[in-house]
Design a protein around this ligand. Sequence first.
Ligand SMILES: [Zn+2]
Length: 351
Amino acid sequence: MKLICAPVIRKPLEVMGVAGMTDFVRIYIATELNKDEYRTTLRHEQGHVWSGHNRRAPKGADDETWRIACEMEIARTIYDQADIDNIKAPRSRLAGVYVPDSIPGMPGHITLAEDIYEWLMEHPDDVPKMAMCVICKAPPEGKAEEKTPEAIGSAQEARARLDEEEMKGKSQAAVESAYAALKSRTPSLSCAVDAALRVRIERERTHRRPSRRSADDSVILAGAVSKPRPPLVEIFIDRSGSFTPQKTAKAEIKLKEILQRYGSTIASDVWFFGNGKLSEVDYGGGGDTPYHLIPHHLERTKPKLAIIITDDDPVNKCVLPIDKTTSVLCIPIECAMTNLARALNGIDVKA
Ligand SMILES: [Zn+2]
C-alpha cells in the first residue's frame, strides 16, 4: 500500500526553481527527477508535512535557521542510506542538500528540529549554507491575493507561479472549488493517525529530555531521548445487529490495512462490541450497539489513540466524556459520518 499524506503535483524544474517544495497542503516535485531522486524528494517533503514543520516553529524563530533545522531533522531522522546515496550520486539533481553530517560540529544525538534550532542559534558560524527545498506556509484564508508583491517571499513567489500555471488550464471558479473541497475534506486515516501519534511522541520526548542547562554534559544518557515508548492504540470493531455481513467484510479490510501499516511501529489491541458486550473475543455480534462501553473502557486503559470502526447508529445511552490524552478516530462504514464521533469529541476519518 502506497501512503501519501498530501497530493503530489509534478512541475518542471524551470517553474519550481527547486527539486521539491510543499505548502503543507500539496507536495510539488520536479518532473525531471529520476526514480531515485523522486523517492528521496517525496520522502523529504512528506517528512515536512508529517512532522508538522509549519506548526512547530518556535515563537519568533529566525525563519532561515528554522528551515535549516527542519532540513537537518529530516536528514537525520528520515533519510536512509539509499537517500544519502541518491543525494551524493554523481550529477544528482539533489546534490548539495543537507545530509546527516553536513554540519560537522553538531553532535550526532541532536535530531529534533527544536534542538537543532537551538544549537544552530548558539553556533551561527558553524552553519554551512546549503541547498534547501522550499517550505512555505499555507496562504491565510483568502488573504493571499491582498499581499503586496514586496511582502511575498521567494517561497510564496514560487507558489504563486505554480498557481498561475494552474489557473491557465482551469477557470478560476474550478480552482476555488477545488481549494474549498481540500479544506473541508474528511482527513485520511493515515494523516489523522500520524497527527495524533506525532504530537504525543513529541510531548513525551520534550517532557523526558534532560535539562539542557545541566553543567555536566556526561549526565545526558544517550538513547533516553531518542527512544520514545511505542504509543498504545486500541481498535474497536462494531459487531452489533446493524452491522450487516457486508459491513463486517468492509470493516475487516480496513482493520487489516491499519494493522499492516502500523503493526510494526505501534502496540495495538483489538476489541469487538455488540450485543451488550465489549470483548477481546469476536463473538460474531448481533443485538444492540453498546457504544457506552467504549468510553467506559477508555477511561481505564487511556490509550493514545482509539480507532473505532462503526456505522451511523444513533448513540442512545449517554456516553462519558473521554480523557483528553486519548484521541478518537471513527472510521464510518457505509456512511459518511458516525454519530459516535460527535458524541466522543472525536473525528470521522476516511480510511
Ligand atoms: Zn526540505
